[in-house]
Write a protein that binds this ligand. Structure first.
Ligand SMILES: Nc1ncnc2c1ncn2[C@@H]1O[C@H](COP(=O)(O)OP(=O)(O)O)[C@@H](O)[C@H]1O
Ligand SMILES: N[C@@H](CCOP(=O)(O)O)C(=O)O
Length: 293
């Protein structure tokens, strides 16, 4: 048996739609795999009632097929599904690392990115890699058609998860199909600022670089209370706030000394709009880890 822990992730970071991602140091999924003649799946943990055990509908089934590695796969969910915190990607990444080890396939973490992205295609319709890349490699990742670039960033974050479900598939439908040249220039500037901020471990630059005029405004409308939560976080000292992944989680970047205040302000603002929520005080963290063979 092989056991792997893979972290939650936050994709896009505003200006980096389908490209940027960060691994969070918590929460995480834990996946256990054992060789079998055909793939079977068992799910425990948070949100298990919303997760199919049919290998054709669970992301780990697609990963097992891509690696030609049938197994009994037990997923202990720590990352709630439809959270905007890369729940499906955490399972995909953990399964990819675990099955690669179990069957001795010898693929590197970088080579496992497209394998784990096959799992994402099962739930969102397209194999986007911006969650699975940080879940596998850790840090801040830039996923393009040519591969993945990683930065071992250390940035404090607050991820606030409201009790609303937004499916990635639905949230992809509201993404505009066109953008003006002015908005593209703005986005490129912000994305470049964010990447420099990650390299310099500078929360102010990362926060300034999160601003996005193209995708985030459309997605924000799917999240009850988003604008109030954003304002409250900024007033409490956040350097930048955006939708985490496809939502509904809201991500703030801040200095470590402001993290508790920012988390409290975000929770209070959701509460004032009658939405229950929980906040993860976290930071950019490590990728998937094998902790039992
Ligand atoms: N192993 C899995 N973990 C989480 N969700 C899964 C898994 N397999 C299939 N799903 C389905 O994927 C959807 C959640 O994925 P997604 O909408 O991308 O949410 P998130 O933003 O949390 O990743 C749900 O419909 C869930 O049933
Ligand atoms: N780039 C994707 C990221 C989806 O992230 P998730 O955590 O919501 O699954 C998108 O924005 O659609």
């Amino acid at each position: 048996m092989v056991t792997v822990r893979a972290p939650a992730t936050s994709a896009n970071l505003g200006s980096g739609f389908d490209v940027f991602g960060v691994a969070l140091d918590r929460p995480a999924d834990v996946v256990h795999v054992e060789k079998a003649d055909r793939t079977t799946i068992e799910v425990t943990g948070v949100g298990r009632q919303y997760i199919p055990t049919d290998p054709d509908r669970n992301v780990v089934g697609a990963v097992a097929e891509a690696l030609d590695a049938p197994a009994h796969i037990r997923i202990d969910k720590g990352v709630r599904p439809s959270s905007g915190l890369g729940s499906s990607a955490a399972s995909s990444a953990a399964a990819a690392v675990a099955l690669n080890e179990l069957y001795d396939r010898g693929l590197s973490r970088e080579e496992l990115v497209p394998v784990a992205a096959e799992g994402e295609a099962v739930v969102s319709g397209e194999p986007h890699a911006d969650n699975v890349a940080p879940a596998l490699l850790g840090g801040f990742t830039v996923a393009t058609d040519d591969g993945v670039t990683t930065v071992d960033a250390d940035i404090p974050l607050v991820a606030c998860l409201p009790e609303i479900a937004v499916s990635t598939r639905d949230a992809r439908r509201v993404v505009p199909s066109r953008a003006s040249i002015e908005d593209m220039v703005h986005t490129v500037g912000r994305a470049a600022t964010l990447a420099v901020g990650m390299c310099r471990r500078d929360p102010e630059l990362v926060g300034a670089g999160m601003d996005d005029r193209i995708v985030t405004p459309a997605r924000a409308e799917l999240i009850t209370g988003y604008h109030d939560v954003r304002e409250a976080a900024l007033e409490a000292g956040a350097e930048g706030v955006t939708v985490s992944g496809a939502g509904p989680s809201v991500l703030s970047v801040c200095h470590a000394s402001d993290r508790t205040r920012v988390a409290g302000a975000m929770l209070e603002a959701f509460d004032e709009t009658d939405v229950a929520a929980r906040a993860y005080k976290t930071r950019v963290g490590r990728g998937a880890e094998i902790f039992d063979i």
